[in-house]
Design a protein around this ligand. Structure first.
Ligand code: SF4
Length: 429
């Protein structure tokens, strides 16, 4: 067993290890030691960030005491999809430090010439493996789609913006004719999430990571490319609700029309919607049209914390419970896109609320997502001066597994083969 050394940067993008300090983790507001068995090699596709205006906190290798690293700025890791971080990077933030952009900031350390992170692989599906993307094939696939659908604004947006500019893994998989195909439809939203990745208010210093869709596609434009994808792709899924749009349920009439038309041409694959779950009546109409699965995004199963983050317009926390219930009762697959914040997500208060949420909705799957947000900014904006007693993310998972043995864990929307077949085997591998 080992403890990796703390990493720091010189502020010019150069990273060094401090052999006088072991790396620590962060849980809520606290710097904490990380159990040795929680460290894994930084997975392929991961990257490192220097954190300006922040001093790393580590464990003195001689005294065992926590102290600051004064040699440079703190360093954090962005861990790739399919992995869930167990601890945030531990640091002290200086008064005028800039707000960090919308990425996840997992703890990281150095041991025997390798970078390590406290994380676990929560999903075996390989659909977003960094090594699975061949740039040449993506370019060829993108130009083929643009030629095949010359008048389709949505294909143009997906290939020129999402695939070739934002490097969205889902849009890149669509260009390669495989797995989950993204279908953004909504230029508007009925929530005002603090960490919205498609729209950030002028007064905020950080920027959204992609621009929000600027037009409403027609159902014809949607059907034109989704039917061939469902008919030909491996483990096919078409997913409404993407990072480059607002809330898809605000466009439910267009989605309903598209689903009805799609199912006239093919019964293959899964039709999924990633959503904030705000409109149960719209969800009901989509289930009647043939929707197969829903994924509702949430930062917390506690009403006050959910509403402090989502700042909803004309809907309430109870609506998302109702939306999940409706899909469950219609025989569809239900997941939550659960933003993991170590120290908050694994607090006893959150655990109790999540148990009730799972019981109330009959939830089928938790997708344990890393929360792409500046931790101090999030806690400050949600008024979380106290984060409660943390039990550890792994312990939380074990407790839920014991109480809800049929509840699935992962990171991606499951294909129909996995929903109807062997969940542990039937997926892209
Ligand atoms: S629900 Fe989605 S699009 Fe709407 S504000 Fe939140 S993150 Fe942004």
């Amino acid at each position: 067993m080992f403890s990796p050394f703390l990493l720091y940067s010189d502020g010019r993008g150069n990273i060094f290890e401090d052999v006088s300090l072991y790396a620590a983790g962060r849980s809520g507001w606290d710097a904490v030691p990380v159990d040795e068995e929680d460290w894994i090699l930084l997975p392929e596709g991961g990257s490192l960030y220097e954190l300006p205006g922040r001093r790393g906190i580590g464990i003195d290798v001689r005294t065992g005491n926590m102290r600051l690293c004064e040699k440079g700025w703190a360093v954090a890791a962005f861990i790739p999809p399919a992995h869930t971080g167990l601890y945030l990077a531990a640091y002290e933030t200086e008064k005028d430090a800039p707000t960090l952009p919308l990425f996840c900031y997992t703890a990281t350390g150095w041991h025997e010439d390798r970078f390590y992170v406290p994380a676990l692989r929560i999903e075996q599906d390989i659909r977003q493996e960094a090594l699975g993307y061949n740039e040449q094939n993506i370019k060829k696939g993108a130009s083929h789609l643009l030629k095949s659908y010359p008048h389709n604004r949505l294909v143009k947006h997906l290939m020129e913006n999402c695939c070739m500019t934002y490097h969205c893994p889902a849009a890149r998989n669509f260009s390669l004719g495989r797995w989950e195909c993204p279908v953004p439809v909504s230029p508007a939203c009925n929530a005002n999430c603090i960490g919205c990745i498609s729209f950030q208010p002028q007064e905020e210093t950080i920027h959204s990571t992609q621009d929000r869709l600027s037009f409403r596609p027609s159902s014809e434009e949607i059907v034109e490319f989704t039917v061939p994808h469902l008919q030909t792709a491996a483990y096919p899924i078409v997913s409404f609700g993407q990072g480059c749009e607002g809330e898809p349920l605000l466009m439910w009439e267009i989605i309903r029309e598209a689903i009805l038309e799609i199912r006239k041409h093919t019964a293959r694959g899964s039709i999924n919607i990633n959503t904030n779950g705000s409109r149960p009546e719209a969800v009901h109409a989509l289930c009647e049209a043939g929707l197969n699965s829903i994924r509702v995004s949430m930062n917390s199963a506690r009403k006050h914390l959910y509403e402090a983050y989502y700042r909803p317009n004309n809907y309430v926390f109870e609506d998302i419970i109702e939306s999940l219930r409706i899909v469950r009762q219609a025989g569809g697959w239900t997941s939550i896109n659960y933003f993991v914040f170590p120290g908050m997500t694994d607090s006893i208060e959150e655990y109790e609320a999540l148990r009730k949420f799972i019981q109330a909705t009959g939830l089928r799957m938790i997708q344990w997502r890393n929360f792409n947000i500046d931790p101090d900014w999030y806690l400050g904006k949600t008024g979380s001066a106290e984060t409660g007693t943390a039990m550890g993310v792994k312990n939380l998972m074990d407790l839920l597994k014991t109480e809800f043995p049929l509840l699935k864990f992962g990171y991606f929307n499951p294909p129909m083969e996995r929903i109807r077949g062997n969940f542990e085997k039937d997926f892209a591998s």
